[in-house]
Design a binder for this molecule. Structure first.
Ligand SMILES: Cc1cc2nc3c(=O)[nH]c(=O)nc-3n(C[C@H](O)[C@H](O)[C@H](O)COP(=O)(O)OP(=O)(O)OC[C@H]3O[C@@H](n4cnc5c(N)ncnc54)[C@H](O)[C@@H]3O)c2cc1C
Length: 383
């Protein structure tokens, strides 16, 4: 009998398992043959988040600024002296996180699919492709379409955005500036990115559901507009991102983390930072649950209160900004461009913290030349 079975060998699963293995017998179930592939990530992390991961993935580049292209073609440049984000080899990060968990005593069974679980007074019985496994607790770290989360009724995320990325052989003019495009032509309901990775560019986008076209169609258009449609495509990935959170991240003998819990930054779609923040809270909850032999949903709800205390405010503020963003038309975006294309606003944005991007909203709105002129557009988007 394990203390905890963690479903999913992605970053949420292996970071959590490493922490839990400090005091407990932990098994990770991963359906693929190894950690890290298939990859669904732009690979953009801040130095702070890499430090929080506890392992150092291969660093492939760094970003000091961004060109944001508005629907009419207006280009808004954000620049900084220092590094804003690092470009990492995400598959390498996942592999190193799995190795670090194993080093701490975690057992990982690859090629083993979670099929469902039953909770009884004596523990959890987990069915897998290779038979049943018993545990005190189950941790759902099984990603955006989590089966463990589905076992908690009415628990879908508020929305999904659908992403696609292509790694294309091409050297960008600047090796530390990424290009983001907003508007309905390339990424309705989200944004697109062109990120320089040395001799390669990672071109990607997300769209919200119900736009009529597939992410693939938008990607084709984006590659054409960027002038690299005939460049070699090295690899292509697709995935989806749960936004707006789920109703619950706990149930009897059950805890959720990462995409499975809907712990994703709504403005950027970044998922690694929330995982790093939530994992120690989950570890502490499990420690108490096992030592006090208390496994009810009521007892485990302390986990949700704990992680929401640390990152709940930032995630819900981010989702409010997202709702506002998705209410803007292309004309609204271009009007915003006209209002914010000023040196004082650029200075605010130059200081953006990519871990908490929504914190620039306050200083911008307090600027009288900006706030008052943005207000009618914001009100129209909300109403
Ligand atoms: C296009 C795109 C770009 C992104 N870019 C970034 C970025 O630049 N920076 C950033 O911070 N975040 C980014 N994200 C988000 C980030 O990749 C996710 O938030 C992160 O991977 C979540 O980690 P996780 O461990 O919760 O889930 P996952 O990484 O999805 O891992 C879940 C694991 O569970 C396994 N699993 C699922 N079901 C079962 C089952 N039934 N049995 C056994 N195993 C199972 C899966 O095989 C998988 O290995 C991006 C996402 C997308 C889609």
């Amino acid at each position: 009998m394990y203390d905890a079975v963690v479903v999913g060998g992605g970053p949420a699963g292996t970071i959590t398992a490493r922490l839990l293995s400090e005091d407990h017998d932990v098994l990770v179930l991963e359906e693929h043959a190894s950690s890290g592939l298939p990859m669904q990530c732009a690979g953009i992390l801040t130095e702070e988040v890499i430090g929080m991961c506890g392992v150092r993935p291969d660093i492939l580049g760094r970003i000091t600024g961004a060109d944001v292209i508005f629907p009419s073609g207006g280009r808004f440049e954000v620049r900084s002296e220092g590094t804003k984000a690092l470009l990492i080899d995400r598959a390498d990060l996942d592999r190193k996180l799995a190795e670090a968990a194993i080093d701490k005593g975690t057992e990982i069974r690859y090629g083993t699919r979670y099929l469902g679980h039953k909770t009884t007074e004596g523990g959890v019985s987990i069915s897998t492709g290779i038979g049943d496994i018993r545990s005190e607790l189950i941790v759902g770290a099984d990603g955006h379409s989590s089966g463990v989360a589905a076992s908690i009724g009415r628990n879908l995320p508020r929305e999904y955005v659908y992403g696609i990325e292509a790694d294309v052989r091409h050297r960008s003019e600047h090796d530390d500036i990424m290009t983001l495009r907003i508007g309905s032509e390339f990424a309705p309901g989200f944004f697109s990115w062109e990120v320089p990775f040395g001799d390669m560019v990672r071109v990607g986008l997300c769209i919200r559901a119900g736009t009529g076209n597939s992410p693939h169609e938008y990607l084709k258009k984006l590659l054409k507009t960027s002038g690299i449609e005939s460049a070699d495509v090295i690899s292509k990935y697709s995935g989806k991102i749960p936004l707006g959170g789920r109703r619950r991240s706990y149930d009897e003998r059950t805890l959720l983390i990462g995409d499975a819990a809907g712990q994703v930054k709504p403005v950027s779609g970044g998922g690694i930072y929330p995982i790093c923040m939530a994992a120690p809270v989950l570890r502490d909850t499990v420690r108490e649950s096992i030592s006090e032999k208390k496994t009810s949903a009521h007892f485990l709800s302390v986990y949700e209160r704990g992680w929401k205390k640390i990152i709940g405010r930032e995630l819900s503020r981010g989702y409010r900004i997202r709702k506002l963003y998705t209410g803007l038309s292309d004309d609204d975006f271009d009007t915003v461009y006209g209002i914010i294309n000023r040196d004082d606003v650029k200075r605010i944005l130059d200081g953006i913290d990519l871990n908490s991007p929504s914190t620039v909203a306050g200083p911008m709105m307090r600027n009288p030349q900006v706030g008052l002129r943005l207000l009618p557009i914001i009100l129209r988007a909300i109403l």
